[in-house]
Design a protein around this ligand. Structure first.
Ligand code: HEC
Ligand code: HEC
Length: 220
């Protein structure tokens, strides 16, 4: 019994010493991982409040609209959302609706952008779909084109990457994907790199329809 108690005390002391070492290593002002996680939670709940300003267009759950106007943004990587919002604010991505929202004073704040991005990134969304469906031939064609030309960057399941600021395309609205693929090629997305435009330019209508159908149906 006594032996056990001593061992227990020994473990407690060792743990306390280790903890103290950690605390003194991190202090002062370094990015302690626990602190960062705690902030992320706080930010997301702040972001939920900000999102009430967005839900009228993007939908209660961030699913967008099937008409191709408003994209799904739930489940998108926080880094991607942040970049796109800043691009609208700086006039590097064009859309009258998003530009006017981002240029209003209340969204000039990078902290607000980070909060709403953290909130949205944490939402799980079923694939938006919205394509004609059932056309297996064109969908299979899209899947092949994707594997060949896109997967290397956007990921094998179009999951994107937060660290690489790479957009998730999986589960995006079908009509929105089609519109973006045309908009990029037609020069209406100035924030897309010239070599990305060159990659999309040779795609024909079947490629674009197939890609949009395949991508819009991927569940992550
Ligand atoms: C008046 C309607 C409207 C409101 C309100 C609105 N959006 Fe949008 N949003 C749009 C439209 C339309 C687009 C697509 C624009 C385009 O084609 O570039 C868009 C695009 C986006 C994109 C780019 C998505 C992508 O896949 O590239 C993000 C991110 C976004 N909105 C976030 C927000 C956030 C966050 C808010 C609230 C602060 C918000 N939006 C409020 C209409 C709106
Ligand atoms: C070399 C890497 C790379 C390759 C290959 C690539 N992309 Fe992208 N793509 C990107 C990056 C980076 C962005 C984000 C650009 C930005 O910041 O707006 C992007 C953005 C997009 C967008 C806009 C998403 C949105 O909602 O804003 C679409 C759609 C897209 N890519 C489709 C494709 C398709 C389809 C292919 C294959 C034919 C492809 N990409 C190949 C890197 C790549």
């Amino acid at each position: 019994m006594r032996k056990h108690t001593l061992v227990a005390i020994g473990i407690t002391l060792a743990a306390t010493a280790a903890l103290a070492a950690c605390v003194s290593e991190r202090a002062p002002g370094s990015d302690a991982p626990t602190g960062t996680a705690a902030n992320a939670v706080a930010n997301a709940s702040q972001g939920a409040k900000v999102y009430t300003e967005c839900a009228g267009c993007h939908g209660m759950t961030g699913q967008g609209t099937p008409d191709g106007q408003v994209p799904a943004i739930a489940g998108q990587h926080a880094s991607v959302i942040t970049k796109q919002l800043r691009d609208y604010r700086e006039g590097e991505r064009w859309d009258a609706r998003m530009e006017s929202i981002m240029q209003e004073h209340r969204f000039n704040d990078d902290a607000q952008i980070a909060n709403v991005a953290a909130y949205l990134a944490g939402i799980r969304m079923p694939p938006a779909g919205g394509g004609p469906g059932g056309e297996t031939e064109i969908r299979a064609h899209g899947e092949r084109v994707y594997a060949q030309s896109c997967a290397a960057c956007h990921g094998p399941r179009a999951e994107g990457s937060d660290a690489q600021v790479m957009p998730r395309l999986a589960g995006q609205q079908y009509m929105y994907l089609r519109r973006q693929l045309h908009d990029v090629v037609d020069g209406r997305r100035p924030n897309i790199a010239p070599d990305h435009i060159a990659l999309l330019a040779p795609l024909d209508v079947d490629d674009i329809d197939g890609l949009a159908e395949y991508l819009s149906e991927i569940a992550l």
